[in-house]
Design a protein around this ligand. Structure first.
Ligand code: SAH
Length: 245
């Protein structure tokens, strides 16, 4: 082996060891990348400045690489104050809405959370980074598979993903301390109410296309209380034939 090849091989080994060291240090460390500054700015200007105070939400959103959940041609705009297309007529939610919904759940590490509408997998990653045990259902098979491909290399392989109709919830794993719904039905699905644990919270957009409210439901002594959070616009919750619930 000549000297130049020898040096090149040494460099390759050093790069490989550095990559292994970063990966071995866990999900959040593996995320050091060229978007770290944009991510910090997103958290400060779009999220903290608008009144989100939950430290676990802020830390998770400063850590999860949002760009890896959108198509590569959108990486440069991934941290903007807007939803973005992820294919199949679906969108990844605006960062502020992800933060607001995550904070509204008022969860503790170790709590079990059910998400309806995996989409890109970004919201699921944020919840996992907050220390939650995440169960997420997506109705479009290609999106469910793509989310799995995005989540696994980042170390979020503890997230339970399922392809199917989330209207029915996931009774085998119920009850859930928290339920987050990221597609909008016209009424809150009864199976989801039933699968909420005592004291649990559900955040869900409800209403017709263009006229939806994000509401917070709390189960207290078996009864559901409801309060409005804000007006929103989500994609509709549909059944397997595409009919809106
Ligand atoms: N939370 C996502 C955003 C999802 S957009 C993210 O972080 O990227 C809403 C998603 O809900 C879409 O992917 C849509 O296909 C899905 N969806 C619509 N109806 C559904 C249903 N009945 N069950 C499960 N997912 C559904």
């Amino acid at each position: 082996m000549n000297v130049i090849t020898h040096i090149a091989v040494q460099h390759a080994i050093i790069r490989l060891l550095a990559a292994i060291a970063i990966l071995a240090s866990g999900p959040s460390q593996a995320l050091a990348d060229r978007f770290a500054d944009q991510r910090r700015q997103m958290v400060e200007q779009q999220i903290r400045a608008r009144g989100i105070t939950d430290a676990r939400v802020l830390a998770a959103m400063a850590s999860v690489p949002r760009h890896l959940f959108v198509p590569p041609h959108l990486w440069d705009v991934a941290y903007r104050d807007t939803p973005l297309p992820i294919g199949h007529d679906q969108t990844i939610s605006q960062p502020y809405i992800v933060a607001l919904m995550s904070q509204s759940l008022a969860v503790q590490p170790g709590d079990r959370v059910l998400e309806i509408g995996t989409g890109s997998g970004y919201q699921a990653a944020v919840l996992a980074q907050m220390g939650l045990s995440v169960f997420s259902i997506e109705i479009v098979p290609q999106l469910g598979r793509q989310a799995k491909t995005s989540l696994q290399p980042l170390g979020y392989d503890g997230i339970h993903l399922k392809i199917g109709d989330g209207y029915q919830g996931w009774p085998e794993h119920a009850p859930f301390e928290a339920i987050i719904v990221t597609c909008a039905p016209t009424r809150v699905p009864e199976p989801l109410k039933a699968q909420l644990a005592e004291g649990g919270r559900m955040v869900i957009p409800v209403g017709k296309r263009h006229f939806q409210q994000l509401v917070l439901l709390t189960k207290k002594r078996g009864r559901i209380e409801q309060e409005k959070i804000v007006d929103v616009r989500f994609v509709p919750m549909v059944d397997e034939r595409g009919r809106v619930y």
